[in-house]
Design a protein around this ligand. Structure first.
Ligand SMILES: [Mg+2]
Length: 236
């Protein structure tokens, strides 16, 4: 990580820790969202359990809980995406990070490393989250890219992946770029493109990094500490 000049951050679960009851909050939100969008489109609402199960499956299949409903009921993806992100509760975001986190990001910027966010949530959601964890001043609007900007291209699909759409919007050199994610599959296409891949493993589920993951850290602060330390070494 000595010569990096760009960090691409996933947002949810990566930049912050999810609340312990995140799944319940999340399930309730997706049920409300799907039924709201169905009603708005003149369709009948669906039972709670059915939505919950299909949303879980949709997430496993394509990384987006709402996508199944958008396709099955021919709902406008932009509308569904917007409603979903507007209704998601900030309660899924656990404790605010340490003060050191913000300082670490500022310090990496001082040595020429830029930071952007690439999320499957919306830019508006990202801004709300970043404000809650006090990092909003470090991420201007034009440093936040969401899945609607990449024309619904997912990060983990290796053909025509979101990263290829992202690079067209915000050019970067894969060799000097790192991608930080909390899911293994979000890093597969990144590795294929030649980015350095970082997995944030908060639950310490991995004894060693999977083959497409270059570095494993327990939290973003640990990753940033390593970047700063490495750079100090390279300067001496
Ligand atoms: Mg994530």
């Amino acid at each position: 990580m000595k010569d990096i000049n760009l960090v691409i951050w996933d947002l949810d679960g990566t930049k912050y820790k999810h609340h312990d009851h995140m799944q319940d909050i999340f399930d309730n939100t997706i049920v409300e969202v799907v039924n709201k969008v169905l009603r708005d489109n003149g369709a009948d609402p669906l039972p709670h359990q059915e939505i919950k199960e299909q949303a879980h499956q949709s997430f496993l299949d394509n990384g987006l809980s709402w996508k199944f409903f958008s396709e099955k009921y021919a709902l406008d993806p932009h509308e569904t995406f917007k409603t979903y992100n507007e209704m998601m509760s900030l309660n899924i975001v656990d404790s605010a990070p340490s003060k050191n986190y913000k300082a670490q990001i500022q310090n990496t910027k001082k040595i020429g490393i830029e930071h952007i966010i690439y999320t499957h949530g919306s830019r508006e959601w990202a801004k709300r989250v970043l404000k809650k964890i006090d990092l909003h001043e470090e991420f201007a609007d034009d440093t936040i890219f969401d899945i609607s900007h990449t024309q619904w291209a997912l990060k983990h699909t290796s053909i025509d992946s979101g990263y290829q759409k992202l690079i067209a919007l915000r050019p970067f050199e894969p060799k000097t770029t790192v991608m930080v994610e909390d899911t293994e599959r979000g890093l597969i296409a990144a590795k294929d493109m030649g980015l350095t891949t970082i997995l944030i493993d908060r639950d310490k589920a991995h004894k060693k990094a999977p083959s497409h993951v270059d570095y494993l850290y327990n939290c973003p602060e640990e990753f940033l500490h390593a970047v700063l330390k490495e750079n100090q070494k390279s300067e001496t």
